[in-house]
Design a protein around this ligand. Structure first.
Ligand code: ZN
Length: 220
């Protein structure tokens, strides 16, 4: 199934799908719930383009690999190339704001972390990154005051606000670009608030970004 970046109003975004750069433990309450210390610098990892699927479609939960957790995150679509960018350049490059699920094989991640191995397999597998359509930046008055909500089977499981990010969006994008050139069509996932938990086939998920985006999807 092919994926194409879209705007919420149905217009297609004329940008190719690239990599997804993610930040771990960007909300103190989420770091605490997994008994992880708060990092002193942004903790980055990458999901490849092959991990991305359309959130509007039912998404597959891997089986036989232990628990799969949902992490609901605000996503940022990058519209122009950023390398060693400052915050003003980062702001100029934002082409859209949306939602992503950073699906995580939690048991596998724990095992790999114990061994001191990279946890790529737990984070970057095929289908591990359902993405919503994006809204244009002009519709978001303040990037650091956006509500993020996940409801699973009618029960609110995650309810956060981007005001609680440890690394705010613009410094984060600038930091990322010191290491990885961001190219048009890349996406940045900005970390998850507390409340992460397992997702099972058949679960009905609704993800919401303030009153801007609401997507209902199903795990299969
Ligand atoms: Zn995450």
């Amino acid at each position: 199934m092919s994926y194409q970046h879209l705007y919420q109003d149905g217009t297609s975004v004329d940008l190719p799908l690239g990599k997804v750069v993610c930040v771990g433990r960007n909300y103190a309450d989420h770091a605490a719930e997994l008994n992880n210390p708060i990092p002193t610098e942004p903790m980055l990892f990458i999901k490849p383009a092959t991990s991305v699927v359309d959130m509007d479609q039912p998404f597959e939960v891997p089986t036989g690999l232990g628990s799969v957790h949902f992490e609901t995150e605000m996503s940022i679509l990058i519209g122009s190339t950023l390398s060693k960018a400052d915050e003003a350049e980062a702001e100029q490059a934002i082409a859209g704001i949306g939602l992503g699920l950073d699906l995580t094989l939690r048991d596998l991640q724990s095992k790999l972390k114990e061994k001191g191995h990279p946890w790529e397999k737990a984070k970057a597998f095929d289908g591990s990154c359902p993405l919503s359509a994006f809204v244009k930046p002009v519709l978001v008055a303040d990037l650091q005051d956006v509500e993020i909500k996940l409801t699973v089977n009618g029960e609110v499981r995650q309810h956060g606000n981007s005001s609680h990010m440890l690394n705010q969006v613009l410094p984060l994008i600038s930091y990322i670009s010191q290491f990885f050139t961001l190219t048009p069509g890349d996406v940045v996932l900005t970390g998850t608030p507390a409340g992460v938990g397992p997702v099972l086939p058949g679960d009905e998920l609704t993800v919401e970004l303030a009153d801007l985006i609401s997507v209902s999807t199903q795990a299969k």
